[in-house]
Design a protein around this ligand. Structure first.
Ligand code: GDP
Length: 206
C-alpha cells in the first residue's frame, strides 16, 4: 500500500477533556524527552518545515497538540469501506524530563501524559516513542516505555539523530536501545538526513 499525505494542519491544543479525543478519528501519539527532536521528527515525516513548532525553549509545549492529516491510499483496504481517503491525527504530547522546569510543572506534564493514555478515552492507535540514538534511553524513556507496554499499546521506537552515529555505533546502539526498552520495534531515524522516513511512515500510517 502506498500512502500519500495530502494535507496536514494544526487543529488545536488541549489541556484536558475535549470532544476531539473521542470523535472517531484515529490518533497517532508522539512522545519523547524534551529536545530529543520530536517536533523535527513530526515535521520531517510530514515534509513540513515548521508545522510542529520546534521550540528553542525546550519544555515550552505544555499542551497536547492535534494535527489533522489527510491521506490518500493507492490500494483500498480489504473491506473497501474506508475508501482511498483517510484522516488521522498526529498527537504531539508535551516533552518530558526537561530539567529546568519547576517540580510542579514537571509533575503537571507527567500527569497530563498519563491522563491522555489512561483516562481520556482517547482513540489512540499507535505511539511513537522518540529517543536519542546516540545518548540512548534516559531513565524517563525507560519508565515511559514500560508504562506504554503495560497498556498494551502498539509502540514504535524512533532512535532519532542517527546522523550522529558512526558505522560501528549504529548496530551497537540499536541493539542496546532495544534491550533497555524491551522493545523490538526500533527504527534508526534522522530528521536531518531523513534516514528511516519511509520505514516509519509505512509503520505509522498502514
Ligand atoms: P523537541 O523539543 O523534542 O521538539 O526537539 P526539536 O525538534 O526542537 O529539536 C531539538 C534540537 O535537536 C534542535 O536543535 C534540532 O535541530 C536538533 N535535531 C532534531 N532532530 C535531529 C536529527 O535528526 N539530527 C541532528 N543532528 N539534530 C537534530
Amino acid at each position: 500500500m502506498i500512502t500519500k499525505i495530502l494535507s496536514a494542519e494544526f487543529i488545536k491544543g488541549i489541556i484536558g477533556t475535549d470532544d476531539i479525543l473521542t470523535n472517531g478519528i484515529p490518533q497517532i501519539a508522539f512522545i519523547g524527552r524534551s529536545n530529543v527532536g520530536k517536533s523535527s521528527v513530526i515535521n520531517s515525516l510530514l515534509q513540513r518545515r515548521n508545522l510542529a513548532k520546534s521550540s528553542s525553549t525546550p519544555g515550552k509545549t505544555q499542551q497536547i497538540n492535534f494535527f489533522l492529516i489527510l491521506l490518500e491510499r493507492t490500494v483500498l483496504s480489504s473491506s473497501g469501506k474506508d475508501g482511498p481517503f483517510q484522516k488521522v491525527y498526529f498527537v504531539d504530547l508535551p516533552g518530558y524530563g526537561f530539567a529546568k522546569l519547576s517540580k510542579e510543572k514537571k509533575e503537571k506534564l507527567r500527569k497530563m501524559i498519563l491522563w491522555y493514555f489512561t483516562e481520556s478515552e482517547s482513540n489512540s492507535k499507535k505511539v511513537i516513542l522518540i529517543v536519542d540514538a546516540k545518548v540512548g534511553p534516559s531513565a524517563f524513556d525507560i519508565e515511559m516505555s514500560d508504562f506504554l507496554k503495560s497498556l498494551d499499546l502498539d509502540v514504535i521506537i524512533v532512535a532519532n539523530k542517527s546522523d550522529k552515529l558512526n558505522q560501528s555505533q549504529r548496530a551497537k546502539n540499536l541493539k542496546s536501545i532495544s534491550r533497555l526498552l524491551t522493545q523490538d520495534n526500533v527504527i534508526l531515524y534522522s530528521a536531518k538526513t531523513k534516514e528511516g522516513r519511509d520505514e516509519l511512515l509505512e509503520k505509522v500510517l498502514n
